[in-house]
Design a protein around this ligand. Structure first.
Ligand code: MG
Length: 342
C-alpha cells in the first residue's frame, strides 16, 4: 500500500508589482508556490512575468524580472503565506523604465540624515460594478454634501464592511496604517499611511491599495482612485502628503525657503501629482486651482497648508494638498523630497 505524504509545508507567495500602463499604472500580482515557509528574506526567489501583457515589454522580447524588495504577511490567505513586493528589472539586470521605486530608494538612502518623514492620506471611492459611485442610491433621496464626512448611519455610509475588513487586513499585514475616516462624498473613504520614511510609506501604500482592491473582489465593490469620480458638486479624491525634515522640526528659519522652492517648482509637482489633476484642483471643494500656488495657515483651499500647530510653534510639518488619490507614491514622494532637500 503506497502512502501519500501530506505536504503541509508549502506556502503561497503573492508577488506584487506596478505595471507600465500610462498615465496611471495598475497593480499586478501572481502567485508562486514555495516549498517551505520563508524565514529569511534571502530565501525569497527572484521571479519573472510576461511584460508584453502589462505594457512593460514588446512581444518579441517579453521577459521582465521581479526582484523581491519587501515581504509582508498575507492577511487574506493567512497562515505562513506571504506578499512579496517586487521591483521590475530587465533581463539585463537594469532598472525597468516603469520602476519608479528605484529612484526613491536611492534618494532615501542618500538623504537619510535629513530625516524626511511623511504620511499620506489616501482617499478613494467605491463604485458599483456598473461604474456608478457606491452610495448613489435611487432608493435614498441623495442629499448634497455635508452629512457624509465622518458620518454614521445606513443612509450616510456605504461600504463600511469592506472598510473594516481592509483596516484589519492592513494591521495584520503589519502596515504603518494610522487611521481611517469616511469622506465627504457618499461611498468615499480615506486611510492614512505613515508617518515614516518615504520608502516605507510608499511601499505600505501600494500594499494597502492591493489589499483594498483584493478584498473588494469578495464584496463585488470596485475601488477607484480617480481624482474626480463624480462630476458636479462633489468632492474629488486626494492623497494629501504631510511631511517634515529634521530642520523643520527644529526651527522656523527654513519654512520660507521651503515654500519658495515648492512655489518655483509648482508645475513640476502638478505633472506628477496624478492624471486628471485639473478636474480635481478647480479652486472649489477644498482645493486651490491647479494653475495657482498658494500657502496658508489652516487653509484647506491652499496648495500647501500650514497646520495651526506648526504656525503657532514655528516648527513642525506641512501638508501638500495637491496630490491626487491616483499618484504613484514613489514618483510623487521623490519629487517632494528632491524639491525641498536638494
Ligand atoms: Mg480627507
Amino acid at each position: 500500500m503506497s502512502m501519500i505524504k501530506p505536504d503541509f509545508e508549502k506556502i503561497k507567495a503573492e508577488y506584487i508589482w506596478l505595471d507600465g500602463t500610462k498615465p496611471t499604472a495598475y497593480i499586478r500580482s501572481k502567485t508562486k508556490i514555495l516549498e517551505k515557509r520563508i524565514d529569511l528574506f534571502e530565501d525569497v526567489p527572484i521571479w519573472g512575468f510576461d511584460g508584453s501583457s502589462t505594457n512593460q515589454a514588446e512581444g518579441h522580447s517579453s521577459d521582465c524580472v521581479l526582484k523581491p524588495v519587501k515581504v509582508y504577511k498575507d492577511p487574506i490567505r493567512g497562515g505562513d503565506n506571504i506578499i512579496v513586493l517586487s521591483e521590475v528589472y530587465t533581463v539585463d539586470d537594469e532598472v525597468h523604465s516603469s520602476n519608479n521605486r528605484a529612484s526613491l530608494r536611492e534618494l532615501v538612502e542618500l538623504y537619510e540624515y535629513k530625516n524626511f518623514i511623511c504620511g499620506i492620506e489616501q482617499e478613494y471611492t467605491f463604485l458599483k460594478l456598473d461604474g456608478t459611485p457606491y452610495g448613489f442610491l435611487e432608493s435614498i433621496n441623495m442629499d448634497k454634501q455635508g452629512k457624509y464626512y465622518c458620518g454614521v448611519g445606513a443612509d450616510k455610509i456605504f461600504g463600511r464592511e469592506l472598510v473594516e475588513d481592509h483596516l484589519d487586513a492592513c494591521l495584520n499585514a503589519g502596515l504603518e496604517i494610522e487611521g481611517i475616516n469616511c469622506e465627504v462624498m457618499p461611498g468615499q473613504h480615506e486611510y492614512q499611511i505613515g508617518a515614516k520614511d518615504a520608502l516605507t510609506v510608499a511601499d505600505d501604500l501600494i500594499i494597502a491599495r492591493y489589499l483594498l482592491e483584493r478584498l473588494g473582489e469578495k464584496h463585488s465593490i470596485v475601488v477607484t482612485l480617480a481624482p474626480k469620480p463624480a462630476k458636479g458638486d462633489w468632492n474629488g479624491a486626494g492623497a494629501h502628503i504631510n511631511f517634515s525634515t529634521a530642520e523643520m522640526m527644529e526651527s522656523n528659519s527654513v519654512f520660507e525657503n521651503i515654500i519658495d522652492k515648492l512655489k518655483s517648482k509648482h508645475f513640476e509637482h502638478i505633472a506628477v501629482y496624478g492624471a486628471g489633476i485639473e478636474e480635481r484642483l478647480t479652486g472649489a471643494h477644498e482645493t486651490c486651482k491647479f494653475d495657482t500656488f498658494r500657502c496658508g495657515v489652516s487653509d484647506r483651499g491652499a496648495s500647501i497648508r500650514i497646520p495651526w500647530k506648526t504656525a503657532k510653534e514655528g516648527k513642525g510639518h506641512l501638508e501638500d494638498r495637491r496630490p491626487c488619490a491616483n499618484i504613484d507614491p514613489y514618483e510623487a514622494l521623490a519629487k517632494l523630497m528632491s524639491t525641498i532637500i536638494e
